[in-house]
Design a protein around this ligand. Structure first.
Ligand code: ADP
Length: 165
């Protein structure tokens, strides 16, 4: 699998599946979740999420992409960061692995990830970038391209440093 990092808006990515940083209730929210709901069509996406009902922290579920370029949205629920000693690294790594597993089940060839948990959920950016890159590198998958989409320069720099290590 090719792994790359770009600066950009996840809703604009021309890939088979984009990942949403969702919450357990799949209830919609601010940040990247709000942007994805607006771009996909909030009414359709809310209805699809309501039908699924919810998702555990560390897990991921798929809906159609509706008005997005991406055919699917994979909703991953990252951990809220407390102090790093409450299973947060394992749960964040699990999100990345589960997204690839769901992508494989869908037959998606390309996937784009936001920096899960690093916004409202407060995960330290450098630690989250390390986990994202190392987990994706280690995961067995048929996905050909995984793109890490940074929404700010600092996150992009962190991804680039991890990709070079
Ligand atoms: P969480 O609740 O998992 O922390 P957030 O949506 O608050 O989720 O933030 C996750 C990351 O997504 C943050 O780094 C934020 O800057 C980024 N982000 C917000 N909007 C977008 C967007 N349109 N495209 C890509 N990343 C985004």
């Amino acid at each position: 699998m090719r792994l790359e990092a770009v600066l950009g808006d996840i809703t604009k990515q021309d890939v088979d599946a984009i990942v949403n940083a969702a919450n357990q209730g799949l209830a919609g929210g601010g940040g990247v979740d709000g942007a994805i709901h607006r771009a996909a069509g909030a009414r359709d996406l809310q209805a699809a999420c309501r039908e699924i009902g919810g998702c555990a922290t560390g897990d991921a579920v798929a809906t159609p992409g509706f008005a997005l370029r991406a055919r699917w949205i994979i909703h991953a629920v990252g951990p809220r960061y407390r102090d790093g000693a409450h299973g947060e690294p394992e749960l964040l790594a699990s999100c990345y692995r589960r997204c690839l597993e769901v992508a494989d089940e869908l037959g998606a060839q390309s996937i784009a990830f936001p920096a899960i948990s690093t916004g409202i959920y407060g995960y330290p950016q450098a630690d989250a970038a390390h986990i994202a890159v190392h987990t994706l590198r280690a995961a067995p998958t048929s996905v050909a391209l995984a793109r890490l989409v940074a929404f700010d320069d600092n996150t992009l720099r962190l991804y680039e440093a991890e990709l070079q290590s």
